[in-house]
Ligand binder design. Structure first.
Ligand code: SF4
Length: 446
């Protein structure tokens, strides 16, 4: 390829951890004078960062790759690259099955990607490369932020050592390995200098931070350290794990004014037997204790449940439904069990029929909708700082959409409000809640 400019376009699928990977790959390419474009039709390279968490995610990844391949026929695209969990999981198979793909690059080989792209553009070849997890340097790279600059994710660790019996992630991303605290601090400081006011801390299990070396979570120290960054307004903890959430973490979140009084704690189920067969070693009694501590600390609790796990009988499901009625969650998501090859649960007997899984999912979400509405009703009259994400002009002034510190990006509801005053995206303004729906709040400025 002549010295003409190499332009790369990206499609990032899956979770926010994968999004951070995309942002780091973009930064690495730019450091190697490969420019990033948002236009697929002008890209010489298209990178699809895939997800492989469940079957549906893989179908979406293949569909997206085939759509991107159209630009090899119609556009300037000369190289189609697959990265991410599906590339890690299927390696050569993906290269064989999808001839449109030129490079399949596993999670641990991202540092080699810029050089490989240049080589493949000059000497046309198809290859799949995979390193070991020991190779992936977890020092902060230059990132090209793909979320609004005022609200970003910071990945504090890679991999997971919990090995739940239904989950492919430990097999794909390896055991838990954390970023040094000073690296997380420097990365966050840089992001705040670049305009971030909200930081969402992510990992497969954020509460496991520090445990491998210290035997106890060092998340409290990390939160205290990050809250020293003056311009940073909101620090949010996502993906906590019930087995590693101790009182110090709860206290730090509730006492530190820069840390959102919010915690995301996927529980997956409440029946102790089901939890055991999932490979999640906490009991219903533990959940109730933790729930009470979180409520006493005044935190908003988000959780996620899985329905239809092998062996889940109707009474186990009813137990889950009555649990969320008795112990209401401010925020709740749910998904149906998806059998994943290579996980222990894949070989379990007593599979729940798909129809039943869907019926249970619908019933659980419907129940939560009513609970969420009742909880939101209690927000009327309260005043919250709202971070503005969008603005439309109206006859009487402006209509805004934003989030309070108790609403996480992408997964929770939003706050809509009107104001005669003009504000920019990322500004924070006090809003009085006047009414609500099941998931969203409505209000006005003071
Ligand atoms: S905690 Fe369990 S479900 Fe979550 S990433 Fe780790 S193994 Fe998977």
């Amino acid at each position: 390829m002549s010295k003409e400019e190499i332009k790369a376009a990206f499609i990032s699928l899956g979770c926010d951890k994968n999004r951070v990977d995309t942002e780091e790959i973009m930064g690495a390419l730019q450091e190697h004078r490969i420019s990033i474009t948002g236009r697929m039709d002008e890209a010489s390279v298209i990178v699809v960062n895939t997800c492989s968490f469940i079957g549906e995610a893989r179908s979406e990844a293949v569909e997206t790759i085939l759509e991107a391949a159209q630009f090899k026929k119609a556009g300037k695209c000369r190289l189609l690259v697959a990265t991410g969990c599906m590339a890690q999981m299927y390696k050569e198979e993906l290269l064989r099955e999808v001839p449109e793909i030129d490079l399949v690059v596993g999670i641990s080989s991202y540092p080699r990607l810029p050089g490989l792209i240049k080589k493949a553009l000059n000497h046309k070849f198809r290859v799949c490369i995979h390193g070991t997890h020991a190779e992936d340097k977890l020092t902060p790279q230059k990132r090209i932020i793909t979320t609004p600059s005022y609200s970003v994710y910071v990945k504090i660790a890679e991999g997971c050592s919990n090995r739940c019996n239904y989950c492919v992630i430990p097999g794909l991303r390896g055991d838990f390995r954390e970023k040094p605290m000073v690296s997380v601090f420097n990365e966050t400081k840089k992001l705040v200098q670049d305009g971030a006011r909200e930081i969402n801390l992510i990992a497969q299990d954020t509460t496991f931070y520090g445990i491998p070396e210290n035997g106890k979570s060092r998340l409290p120290e990390l939160l205290q350290l990050l809250s020293k960054i003056k311009e940073l307004k909101w620090i949010r903890v996502l993906y906590a794990h019930p087995s590693h959430l101790d009182d110090r973490v709860i206290n730090t979140i509730s006492k530190n004014p820069r840390v959102c009084s919010y915690i995301d704690l996927p529980l997956q189920h409440v029946n102790t037997e089901i939890l055991k067969s999932m490979g999640r070693f906490y009991s219903k009694k533990d959940i109730i204790n933790t729930f009470k501590k979180i409520k006493e600390a005044g935190l908003t609790l988000r959780t996620t449940f899985m329905v239809g796990f092998p062996g889940e009988k109707e009474e186990h499901f009813r137990e889950l439904v009555s649990f969320i009625k008795k112990y209401p969650f401010g925020r709740m998501g749910a998904f149906t069990y998806s059998p994943e090859k290579g996980t222990p649960a894949f070989y379990y007997r007593y599979k729940v029929p798909h129809k039943i899984k869907i019926k249970r999912w619908e019933h659980l979400m419907k129940t939560q909708r009513k609970i969420s509405y009742i909880i939101n009703q209690k927000e009327r009259g309260k005043i919250y700082p709202v971070m503005i994400e969008s603005r439309v002009t109206s006859e009487s002034g402006y209509q805004y959409r934003g989030r309070t510190p108790l609403q996480a990006p992408e997964v929770d509801g939003c706050t809509y409000f009107t104001s005669p005053y003009y504000y920019r995206h990322g500004d924070m303004v006090d809003v009085m809640v006047t009414h609500c729906s099941a998931y969203d709040l409505y209000g006005r400025t003071l």
